[in-house]
Write a protein that binds this ligand. Sequence first.
Ligand SMILES: Nc1ncnc2c1ncn2[C@@H]1O[C@H](COP(=O)(O)OP(=O)(O)OP(=O)(O)O)[C@@H](O)[C@H]1O
Length: 726
Amino acid sequence: MPTVVSKFLSKGEAALNVNRRALSGAVVAAALFAYTYKIAYPLLTRKTDVNINNNLVRRNIQNGLKSNKLPKRHRLRNTIPALNLQFILQFIKLARIMIPSVFCAEIGLLGGHTTFLFLRTFLSIYVANLEGAIVKYIVRKEPKNFIKQLVKWFAVAIPATFINSMIKYLESKIALSFRTRLVEHSYQLYFRNQSYYRVTVLDGRLDNCAQRLTDDIETVASTVSHLYGQITKPMFDILLMAIALANLVKSRNANLITGPAIISGVVIFSALILRLVSPRFGQLVAQEAEKKGYLRHVHSRIVSNAEEIAFYGGHKVEQSQLRQAFRILAQHMEHMFGVKLWFVMLEQFLMKYVWSGTGMIVVSLPILLSSGPGKAPTEGEISDNVAERTHYFTTAKNLLITGSNAVERLMSSYKDIVELAGHTARVANMFTVLEEASQGIYHKTLVEKKEKCGDFEIEFKGDQPLAKGKLIVSTTNEIILRNVPIVTPNCDVVCPSLSLELKPGQHLLITGPNGCGKSSLFRILSGLWPIYGGELHTPKNSMFYIPQRPYMVIGNLRDQIIYPDTATDMINKQVSEDELRKIMRLVHLEHIVERDTFHQVKDWTDILSGGEKQRMAIARLFYHKPKYALLDECTSAVSIDVESFIYQTAIDMGITLLTITHRPTLWKFHTHILQFDGTGAWKFEELNANNRLSLKKEKEELMKKKSTEETIQRLNELNKLLGEDD
Ligand SMILES: Nc1ncnc2c1ncn2[C@@H]1O[C@H](COP(=O)(O)OP(=O)(O)OP(=O)(O)O)[C@@H](O)[C@H]1O
């Protein structure tokens, strides 16, 4: 390769006079200039670490604040995304996911991309020389040679366009490949141990996971792929140019000290200026992504609650919230554009004008300072010398342009790298939080640390509560709670200690005022919330939860019934469509099968009525036939006769019921009752005629007492349980 490069340059070398020294000096200076930039600029423009905290930024967004000033506690933990050690570590973490091994497809793609980048650099040098030759033959007025060179020029255009297109194609392929790896990895983490739930409810570090899972991952993948070419190509340019120049200079006595010294001085000086004024691009893009995420979140809330908003006529409020979120994003972007504008202006001024001006001075100095030739040349010599000098000058000028373009590209790569740091930090942090959440490690900023409630005391490590309770798999299919507290994710203790034992076939009715912890008990039984004390024994994979507003999945009618099973699971379980039809008959939904068939894909959330959705959820229960059903007011919209039939059918199927309900008509389907009083106290007992008698007695006693808020609440509760009027 060095010989080929030097061949192009040595062509014009023979006829050159004193100007060669000037040109050689200038081109060597350009190479050194590029080198100095590469080493000096990143070092000089390095920023000190300051901090950012996503939650605070989000809070600021929500409060409509512009300032992102953070308290000291957060400053110690987090740093502004920048080209620093933290970014390198985070990037290595992502790189390991994007390129998992030496023998993966991505290495092949990168190898191909590198080859094409190298070929393009090579072609640039060839074209530089070709242009020099074309100009030379024009000056010499040699049409034959001129046409010959022109044919070569067009011939080169074919591989050149192929190479250029391949570079673009491979860059996109690599970006998609990286993205696929990152997405696969993130989905794995997101769905491991219900992390998607944990990071939103139990952990406060990730605000808008969706934004990170989609936009941030996409940006990281495409920027990395783009930067690879953006950095590799200029490196090749500088390397090949240096080889060419070394060959050129070897035979000449060019001044290699003054020119490079002047240029290096200018580069270092301008890099110092840029360092002083450089905005924190990493932080700016991270904040932009944060604000974009919030806007997206507000949009998706409107989509998922469209009907409620429409009924309330709440469009004014929603519109103003959307506008507010967008205004904050727009303001931030405007600020970014402003900051970028003057920085880019300064950058362009230094790179395009100061540096080129310096190059011109360095080129001109040897010519201006040199003495003229000893004896006057003949006319033929003058013409030959002019043509050869033109050839050489054009070649060298093209190389110089390639070199300075390379420097410029490296310069803008630095900015891209700092911006990449912002997105890398968001994606890498997301992976860390998802990994920790799946292991039960959470971090949430608690408004107030409540360490004690009743007899129960939450233990804290630092400012995070310790989940010290034991979760044991029950081998006897029983549900046993021993001194288990009900603690919300905000560390509010709603019940300090709950103990009960439930065998299969013992159906439990759970009652109590609003907010007393009924649904929270289900969250604990299902393993969604951590246990902060005591012992919980539950059989494995035997709980099936049905909420008041059941979730409808994307898919056809069959998918709604068998969720969370897939069609393959259904086939493996040997359940036929006829059986599904029977189930639909049991919940009085056979008309929907007749209307829509099992295979029609529809938006079931909108199509089905509230009661139909609840019955669909019961159909799901009948399909899965779990050991225990956790029913959270799941038949509140179903007519009483159908509801009674459904409960009886569930019992006949051998499903043990744990029911939260305010409907007294369901009393008869249960054998036990758990009553919360709303202050953390509770009563667990068998439910029978005696029981009913004791409730009646309690009511009579209460009615004799002076009516207070508490007695009225309890009376209402008893009336509901006994199915009596106020
Ligand atoms: N994700 C959460 N984060 C923080 N606190 C929560 C969360 N979910 C529920 N809580 C709180 O826990 C307490 C108990 O809530 P829970 O949903 O168990 O009430 P409930 O007894 O089912 O009430 P209702 O009859 O109204 O459904 C409430 O004070 C509620 O505000």
